[in-house]
Design a binder for this molecule. Structure first.
Ligand SMILES: *Cc1c(COP(=O)(O)O)cnc(C)c1O
Length: 452
């Protein structure tokens, strides 16, 4: 066929788009896809790559591209890695009841910044402080967008152009190439790194105090630990020294938990209550690591200091919205009532291995006729930089379809939004992080994978 005849056989945009298949679709999305596709066809005709225009193919191609764009990229996945506070999979899960309550607040008007008693402007942070101060027995509390914001706001408020003494071994990178030292520098504070990589002593802090020093800071090592010839100074001692020298003591705890952790983890990871015993000037931690609530940076400490933080103009940029405040308030109420089973992260952490084994049996029973699978004892991590390198027991089901490699298995499951892990050359689903409400979906997916 001649080029010009081919060109003429290209559909007209207006006509093409009137097809009933496109009727309820967004023209704003559709039109640019169609124009690009026609443009590509034109250039293929010119370069004689094609000798006919197949309008069915074009139709199909456009619908596929459209669906790809219109399918939300943020999706539910099933975490079968066993890592509870999984940094890439959304960290802590929100308690559905707390979320329902937040929905009611956020889909109606509310008193976010309105004092119902006085009938005038109120304070956003007041909704939390009375509850929270009871929970941690502290003078005051402030909540910001996340713990990185908390670090930034604290240093910017109190240590801009002043010195902050911190142990060299605690200047951690916390994932996504995000370095504590960089956050600190960007806040305007001058870091004074003391000690050596593996050892820091109290005298290292003491000897580096000058008239420019404003704060002694401790940072939780989060995602690494030093074995062997190593020592760090406990916050208790840093806090005491700071008070003697009239400086602010601040602990960036990273994670932070209220209950004693199982599997002996509490020996190395003191709880928030333990830390509060040293009466910190300031302490900050994430809302969605082991605390098990929503993304937030929680700052507790001396009322006088929190009041200063509230006056920093930066707070406007770091503040939390009504959804966060509502969820957090609800969760804290549950914690005050000792209803820790309502906190999904803790619920998963405390689940008994025997129970996980029963759950594994439910899964195995439904799939053993179609795949080769086996229940195994294994270990996993809490994650989120809460308890570096500490293993906790778990149960997993290994799965093999045909003679696929573990990598291939992992990819196939990922196609179903099920994220498993590979251990000892085997692909497995770890029961520690699997919600039993998802088990029928998992079974269905496995059956589907064996037949395709
Ligand atoms: C995780 C972590 C942070 C950052 O907290 P986000 O809530 O992720 O912003 C800061 N410091 C330490 C020590 C951490 O472990």
């Amino acid at each position: 066929m001649q080029n010009h005849t081919l060109f003429r056989s290209l559909p007209k945009v207006d006509k093409f788009i009137e097809h009933q298949d496109f009727q309820n679709l967004s023209k704003m999305v559709l039109l640019p896809i169609l124009r690009d596709a026609l443009e590509a066809l034109r250039s293929d005709i010119l370069s004689e790559k094609i000798s006919e225009v197949n309008s069915d193919d074009l139709h199909q191609n456009i619908l596929e591209q459209y669906n790809k764009i219109m399918t939300p990229s943020l999706q539910k996945v099933i975490n079968a890695t066993g890592v509870i506070v999984h940094t890439n999979l959304g960290r802590s899960l929100i308690n559905p009841e707390s979320f329902d309550r937040a929905k009611e607040i956020a889909t109606s008007y509310n008193n976010l910044e309105y004092d119902l008693e006085k009938g005038k402007r109120g304070e956003r942070y007041s909704h939390l402080s009375s509850l929270f101060t009871k929970l941690l027995d502290c003078e005051d509390v402030l909540v910001v967008n996340n713990n990185a914001s908390a670090v930034f706001l604290i240093l910017n408020t109190f240590a801009k152009r002043k010195e902050v003494i911190v142990s060299r071994g605690e200047l951690v990178e916390i994932g996504g190439s995000f370095r504590i030292s960089e956050v600190m520098k960007n806040s305007g504070a001058k870091l004074v790194e003391v000690g050596s990589t593996n050892k820091t002593h109290l005298c290292d802090y003491e000897e580096n105090i000058t008239e420019r020093t404003k704060m002694l800071m401790k940072v939780h090592k989060s995602n690494y630990s030093i074995e062997g010839f190593a020592s760090e100074v406990e916050f208790k001692e840093i806090s005491k020294l700071a008070k003697e020298k009239d400086l602010i003591d601040y602990f960036d705890l990273g994670s932070g938990h209220l209950v004693d952790l199982p599997y002996g983890l509490s020996n190395s990871e003191p709880s928030l209550h333990d830390i509060m015993k040293s009466n910190p000037s300031l302490l900050s931690f994430s809302g969605d690591k082991l605390f098990g609530s929503v993304q937030a940076g929680i700052i507790v400490g001396k009322k006088e200091l929190i009041t200063k933080l509230k006056k920093n103009q930066l707070l406007r940029m770091l503040r939390v919205d009504k959804l966060t405040l509502s969820i957090l308030t609800q969760d804290i109420q549950n914690m005050l009532l000792d209803k820790y089973e309502d906190i999904p992260t803790l619920n998963m952490l405390f689940k008994d291995v025997a129970e996980l084994k029963e759950n594994a049996k439910v899964l195995i029973k439904q799939i053993k006729d179609v795949v080769s699978c086996e229940i195994i004892d294994t270990t996993t991590l809490i994650g989120g930089g809460s308890t570096p390198n500490k293993k906790i027991p778990s149960i997993a089901v290994t799965i093999k379809i045909k003679n696929y490699s573990p990598n291939k298995m992992q990819t196939l499951f990922r196609g179903k939004n099920i994220i498993g892990r590979i251990e000892d050359e085997k692909f497995l689903l770890d029961l520690r992080t699997i919600d039993m409400n998802d088990i029928s979906y998992i079974i269905e997916s496995i059956k589907c994978l064996t037949t395709s």
